[in-house]
Write a protein that binds this ligand. Structure first.
Ligand code: NAI
Length: 254
């Protein structure tokens, strides 16, 4: 008896999917039967990640997409418009951080953080609307952060963009609902990826963060991907405007 896959024949797009959380999300979606558009500003890394999934028999298309560039995002959606003509799941995952004391944060660094983490999310969520609507059951998933709700030194700029993504998620849930599109957010805590590598390598910070995490470990890309799969699938069909913390209990308290 063949097992039913949770995203069988769905069309999914993941931004920033060449590494870390996005790569894990793309992998889980592909294994669950979706045709995944694996997009990243690093086209070579996107190709590599896609090749591994294609050789395992999955349907994956790699594309170079810098979410800061309107023409890249337009090209991505144009490509999908002609065939398959719809997007069932769109994951706004691309993001970055520049650690700096807020009083020293340069205009250039602030713009860099904001352009990817907020402007990119806005662009993809706005320009992807028609294709999500064409699905009839579209699911937009924004990767926010528990740092959108909590403060940590040197992360103020990053926190500001992530808090905005949480607010945008709720507002879009209301605005997109009449078109059959659900909009939800994931709020990861500390996940072991390139983004957190340097900070987690610091023994003092590492211990302090583990002490503040009830489950006493950092998360993996797969932990976040499992939650993304829930928002992507019809199992969350009555859920929109929600934010799910994937943080080992960090935001719940000590
Ligand atoms: P990562 O650095 O491992 O991977 C990010 C990916 O995004 C890379 O492949 C990178 O090339 C791509 N990317 C960067 N700028 C881009 C752009 N302009 N256009 C398209 N792609 C671009 O980071 P990680 O940890 O996997 O982060 C993924 C998302 O999860 C981000 O939005 C991040 O803010 C969020 N997040 C991560 C947490 C963590 O602890 N790692 C915690 C909370 C949220």
């Amino acid at each position: 008896m063949s097992e039913t896959k949770r995203l069988q024949d769905k069309v999914a797009v993941v931004t920033g999917a060449a590494a870390g959380i996005g790569k894990a999300i793309a992998g889980v979606f592909a294994r669950e039967g979706a045709h995944v558009y694996l997009t990243d500003v690093d086209g070579g890394a996107a190709e590599e990640a896609a090749e591994a999934l294609v050789s395992a028999g999955h349907q994956v298309t790699a594309m170079t997409v810098d979410v800061c560039k309107g023409q890249d995002v337009t090209a991505l959606f144009r490509n999908i418009e002609s065939e398959p003509g719809r997007i069932d799941v769109l994951v706004n995952n691309a993001g970055l951080n520049v650690r700096e004391d807020f009083r020293h944060l340069s205009d250039a660094d602030w713009v860099k953080i904001r352009e990817v983490n907020l402007d990119g999310v806005v662009r993809v969520a706005r320009d992807g609307f028609n294709l999500l609507k064409a699905s009839g059951k579209g699911s937009l998933v924004n990767v926010a952060s528990i740092m959108g709700h909590r403060g940590l030194r040197q992360l103020a700029g990053y926190s500001a963009t992530k808090g905005a993504v949480s607010a945008l998620t709720r507002a879009l849930a209301v605005e997109y609902a009449p078109f059959g599109i659900r909009v939800n957010a994931l709020a990861p805590g500390f996940i072991e990826t390139a983004l957190t590598e340097r900070v987690l390598r610091n023994p003092m910070i590492n211990k302090a963060l583990i002490d503040q995490t009830p489950l006493k470990r950092f998360g993996s890309g797969e932990d976040v991907a499992a939650a993304a799969l829930f928002f992507a699938s019809d199992e969350s069909g009555f859920i929109t405007g929600a934010e799910l913390a994937v943080d080992g209990g960090m935001s719940a308290g000590l």
